[in-house]
Design a protein around this ligand. Structure first.
Ligand SMILES: C[C@@H](Nc1nc2c(c3cc(-c4cn[nH]c4)ccc13)C(=O)N=C/C2=C\CC1CC1)C(C)(C)C
Length: 319
């Protein structure tokens, strides 16, 4: 059953002409679709306005035929289960409800009108320490919530960190997440439960520049894999480029497993120490979330509710 399926009430006349109230789920007709906001490998996200409330949403549209042909049913299930599990955090894009027609599935989601963090970073080049601390803390707070709900994102990167109209973080794109068995809902685990998936548990590898060494060395992802990606993101906000970037994916992977990266001159020392303790080849030796939150780089940075109430800092480049 769809969680919180939105219902509209329509007054209709029944056979004998008696007025009857019929609750119907919202559908495509209830929205006016605007421009494409982003395109994934098998979905497009549109700007859409609810004709009745005039509220703006993002609607992710997935074409059923394409999903089945490309054997992506498993990922669609994982994304929906993940979004339905991550409902109580300001830093995670929220799924309000879903509906479908004969060709497509529709997810009605938070509109993140600030777009991708990567887009902002490209415009400013780098972030200064104050901005890096604010956005780093919001990303970390969202990761902490995800992990507490048994979700490993596995593909964290600046393209998947969106910004809402207050320029606050919204993590998105959970099609490649790994769901640990939910203590409250044991059979929702593993992400291997598929509707009619292909049965193979393909071990997913994230985006080259942010993928952790254990995923390349053919071990399974763990929560520590998201913290490796976090270290890459902090480095990139201050340096203006990711730590591991080769001329090809293969060369990037080689740099990762050999831990081949260096800091540009002037890189802030506290941030350097934090990044060095996240970009550790052995997952068990990487800083945990609690350690990162207590690291001197995040000194005097509130986490939790206050973090999401503070005004986003003006974006200034790190010069
Ligand atoms: C990463 C994702 N891109 C995007 N996904 C979402 C956006 C979004 C918005 C802009 C944007 C807004 N203004 N200007 C640009 C640019 C890219 C977006 C949004 O507002 N709400 C929910 C989204 C995704 C929800 C998803 C979990 C189901 C890809 C590229 C995969 C389509």
């Amino acid at each position: 059953k769809e969680r919180g399926a939105a219902l509209t009430v329509r007054k209709e006349l029944d056979a004998s002409g008696k007025p009857v109230l019929r609750t119907v789920k919202k559908g495509v007709q209830d929205f006016s679709f605007g421009r494409i906001l982003g395109e994934g490998s098998y979905s497009s996200v549109y700007l859409a306005t609810d004709r009745q409330s005039l509220k703006e949403y993002a609607i992710k549209v997935l074409e059923k035929r394409h999903i089945i042909k490309e054997k992506k049913v498993k990922y669609v299930n994982i994304e929906k289960n993940t979004l339905n599990r991550l409902t109580e955090h300001p830093g995670i894009v929220r799924l309000y409800y879903t509906f479908q027609d004969e060709n497509s599935l529709y997810y009605v989601l938070d509109l993140c009108s600030g777009g991708e963090l990567l887009g902002i970073l490209k415009r400013t080049g780098t972030f200064d320490v104050e901005c890096t601390r604010f956005y780093g803390a919001q990303i970390l707070d969202a990761i902490r919530y995800m992990h507490s709900r048994g979700v490993i994102h596995r593909d964290l990167k600046p393209e998947n960190v969106l910004l809402d109209d207050n320029m606050h973080v919204k993590i998105t794109d959970f099609g490649t997440a790994k769901l640990l068995p939910d203590p409250k809902d044991p059979d929702s685990g593993g992400g291997n439960a598929t509707m009619q998936g292909d049965g193979r548990s393909a071990s997913f590898v994230g985006t080259a520049e942010y993928v952790s060494p254990e995923l390349l060395m053919d071990k399974s992802a763990s929560k520590a894999s998201d913290l490796w990606a976090f270290g890459c993101i902090i480095y990139q906000l201050l340096a203006g480029r990711p730590p591991f970037k080769g001329g090809s994916e293969y060369l990037t992977f080689q740099k990762i497993v050999n831990l081949e990266y260096e800091f540009p001159p002037g890189f802030p020392p506290a941030a350097r120490d934090l990044v060095e303790r996240c970009l550790v080849l052995e997952p068990a030796r990487r800083l945990t979330i609690e350690h990162i939150m207590n690291h001197e780089f995040f000194d005097s940075q509130p986490f939790g509710r206050d973090l999401w109430r503070t005004k986003a800092p003006r974006l200034r480049p790190y010069v």
